[in-house]
Design a protein around this ligand. Structure first.
Ligand SMILES: *Cc1c(COP(=O)(O)O)cnc(C)c1O
Ligand SMILES: [Zn+2]
Length: 413
């Protein structure tokens, strides 16, 4: 279990001890003052090698990385199998696109069918260690369903705030898992502010993305897995979709920790893919020249509900970490995202929700621009397609309806 040395403010770099602070630097406030969780890396360097890194428990879940996770009490680890999601190679498609390799890491295969499970699994443990009763979050849908799913078998009471536009399947998940659900008449950014107010007023434990520093700790495990699953031959490029900016920050942090520990010599370049109508992080990155990050909130609009975020809460890390990583940002249109859902499903068998398809749309775009030729590329699929069938249906025609006769079959062959 990880020995945390400090929680450090991402903006002013002031260091706090783990138990003196919960969510953000008091000077820099929320968003600018999000906290980085730092471990005793010198100590870890002594004990961790490529051979021992994931082998501490014979565990095909994200819990194989306990030395780099902020868990104090293993009793709270749930039996649900989270992480260690498959990495599929697609050599023929790679050749067609002029790539050396193409991999898809399918995080839609987590227990509640999204990448968010990595964070919720961890935050639910922290909540129990801290003897909290209520865990709460604002969510476009997946953070919520993962929190509800991982709280289900515990004594914690999950309280969830989702925007009116959340896809039906995600809201159904919440209700089935038994969470208290508030559907807020307003967009995600407004929903988030309300949830924050409620958390502060009622003293709940927050799992809203960009609030709790442990969220990124859970999410970074996908980077560790990619290294191990590809036997330390990491790709050149990792593409991932971006809303609040937590997932991309976590992937960058994961690779950065592998560098710090001397386990890899070079990190993949991480490319953030935003929807064109919801791209404030890409815009902030564009104008970033080091030092303080300047940004502007927008009114976001995209069919990819999971990344429809105009006021991203982890924007500072998402800009600074990607700059440090040497990565970059691109945007794709809703039309490109919708097309990528069907294209990806047909060519790979992996069915993504719109936000899960966005990095594949980004891949196509970069391939067409000739920016990836000869490279080894991994695409992170963050959510399963069954979470939002309404948008998937836009990409396909209707099925063939027939009378129950062979003649009818023949007629349509
Ligand atoms: C949350 C989410 C994202 C984006 O993650 P952020 O941390 O908000 O940037 C992408 N895809 C899916 C499916 C998600 O649920
Ligand atoms: Zn600060």
């Amino acid at each position: 279990m990880g020995t945390i040395t400090t929680l450090r403010c991402i903006s002013c770099e002031r260091a706090f001890s783990q138990h003196e602070i919960e969510y953000h630097c008091p000077t820099c406030g929320p968003r600018r003052g999000t906290l980085e969780v730092l471990y005793d890396y010198d100590g870890l360097k002594q004990t961790l090698s490529r051979d021992t890194f994931g082998g501490l428990r014979d565990e095909r879940t994200m819990w194989r990385y306990l030395p780099l996770l902020p868990i104090e009490d293993r009793r709270f680890i749930q039996p649900l199998r989270v992480g260690w999601t498959p990495v599929h190679p697609f050599p023929a498609l790679a050749a067609e696109y002029g790539l050396a390799d193409l991999y898809i890491k399918d995080d839609g295969q987590n227990p509640t069918a999204s990448y968010k499970d990595r964070a919720s699994a961890l935050v639910v443990i922290k909540a129990q260690e801290l003897k909290r009763k209520v865990v709460a979050c604002a969510s476009t849908g997946n953070t919520a369903s993962s929190l509800a799913g991982f709280a289900a078998a515990t004594d914690l009471d999950p309280i969830i705030f989702v925007p009116k536009a959340a896809p039906e399947a995600k809201v159904a998940q919440l209700l089935v898992y038994g969470a208290k659900v508030f559907v807020v008449v307003g967009p995600y950014d407004v929903t988030y502010d309300l949830a924050t107010e409620a958390v502060e007023t009622f003293g709940w434990y927050s799992r809203s993305d960009g609030s709790n520093p442990y969220i990124i700790e859970g999410k970074k495990t996908a980077a560790f897995e990619l290294a191990e699953q590809l036997e330390w031959a990491l790709p050149d490029i990792v593409l991932v979709s971006v809303g609040d900016g937590s997932v991309i920050s976590s992937i960058c942090k994961g690779f950065d920790e592998l560098l710090t520990l001397g386990l890899i010599e070079r990190a993949p370049q991480v490319v953030g893919v935003q929807a064109a109508g919801s791209a404030p992080i890409a815009a902030a990155f564009e104008g970033y020249t080091g030092g303080e990050v300047s940004f502007a909130d927008i009114e976001a609009q995209t069919i990819a509900d999971s990344i429809c975020v105009g006021k991203p809460r982890d924007i500072i890390k998402a800009v600074k970490y990607v700059a440090k990583n040497n990565g970059w940002y691109i945007t794709v249109t809703d039309e490109e995202i919708v097309a990528a859902i069907a294209l990806m499903a047909r060519r790979t068998g992996v069915f993504p929700e719109p936000a899960g398809a966005a990095p594949f749309a980004g891949l196509i775009k970069l391939v067409e621009e000739g920016k990836l030729s000869g490279m080894r590329v991994a695409v992170m699929v963050t959510g399963n397609g069954l979470k939002d069938i309404a948008n998937a249906q836009k990409t396909v025609g209707p099925p063939i309806v027939i009378e129950p006769s062979l003649a009818a079959v023949k007629e349509h062959l």
